[in-house]
Design a protein around this ligand. Structure first.
Ligand SMILES: [Zn+2]
Length: 307
């Protein structure tokens, strides 16, 4: 990233349809702030942050697991069910990785350049991060409350165990729908690519952490949970009881659930059943076709089950 006065010849040219050539060349693009940002370098930094978070928590959850049940792959212990689960999550991850350069990145790139020009001068990237986290709270909540969106989101919830790999287990359709919905917010608030990429890094690192089976000291988890979503909070969201599944929607900050009354009273407990109430895990092909099944979901839990 370097200051705006170092404008190169290319910056005077119209904004390209997609930044692939710029990413490869390492050239920068100008953002609202006047800063020239190297999108390729930012994406590399995001990948480095996500890979580091994955490496740290993947080792942590194997060395010091909070819930040591057999579906957690261990060094020297590769049970068949654990291997099959890892294969399913890895295959979904590969499909989602393809969605990045094919759909998510072009849509986001377009949205960051097509803003309505309504962004006030004083509006900075920390407010973008806060707003994107509020958006993802409501988007996640909509994925539970709107039957059409749940068809896709259930694929994430059908996992009967949680670890770092669950953070990457989403249906391709959910990833695409999420990118389209986010593009509306990016358009409305004229958000720059920098804010979106920083937010993606934050959300992915946070998702790896709160899906992981890493054991934290109770006092540390309590303190962290005042501000951010911890495994203790998010595992309750995966409890195979609908009242808990439809609660604890936060992704990074933990205060949205308290603010909007969706924080579950349930505390994570050893051996807590995970998944979707009255539904079982499926093979890869049935996970991919799940959104198109004829299905009926149990009625929503009463609000009295929440705080
Ligand atoms: Zn969910």
């Amino acid at each position: 990233m370097h200051a705006g006065e170092e404008t190169g010849q290319h910056l005077a040219q119209p904004r390209p349809v997609f930044p692939a050539s710029r990413m490869l060349s390492g050239a920068g693009v100008r953002e609202h702030s006047g800063w020239i940002v190297d999108i390729g370098a930012l994406l590399s930094l995001k990948s480095a942050i996500v890979l580091t978070a994955f490496a740290v928590f993947a080792v942590w959850e194997r060395v010091r697991p909070a819930d040591p049940r057999p579906l957690l792959l261990r060094i020297g212990h590769f049970g068949r069910a654990a291997r099959e689960r890892l294969g399913r999550n890895a295959a979904l991850f590969v499909l989602n990785t393809l969605a990045g350069p094919l759909i998510v990145l072009p849509v986001t790139w377009w949205a960051t350049g097509a803003g309505a020009g309504l962004r006030p001068e004083w509006w900075g990237w920390p407010l973008d991060i806060l707003l994107l986290d509020l958006w993802i709270y409501w988007w996640h909540r909509a994925n539970h409350e709107m039957p059409f969106l749940w068809r896709f989101h259930q694929v994430h919830h059908l996992d009967e165990f949680l670890d770092t790999t669950s953070a990457f287990r989403f249906h391709f359709g959910e990833v695409v729908l999420s990118a389209l919905a986010r593009a509306l917010l990016v358009l409305l608030f004229d958000m720059p690519m920098t804010s979106v990429i920083v937010f993606e890094a934050l959300v992915l690192a946070s998702a790896i952490f709160h899906h992981s089976d890493a054991k934290l000291a109770p006092s540390v988890e309590r303190a962290l949970s005042m501000v951010v979503i911890t495994p203790g909070i998010h595992w309750v969201h995966h409890h195979a009881v609908r009242a808990d599944t439809d609660s604890n929607y936060g992704t990074f900050f933990s205060f949205w659930d308290r603010l909007f009354g969706t924080r579950s009273r349930t505390e994570r407990f050893a051996g807590m059943p995970l998944g979707v109430e009255r539904m079982g895990e499926r093979g890869l092909m049935r996970l991919l076709s799940a959104p198109f099944d004829r299905q009926k979901r149990a009625k929503p839990a009463p609000r009295s089950a929440r705080q």
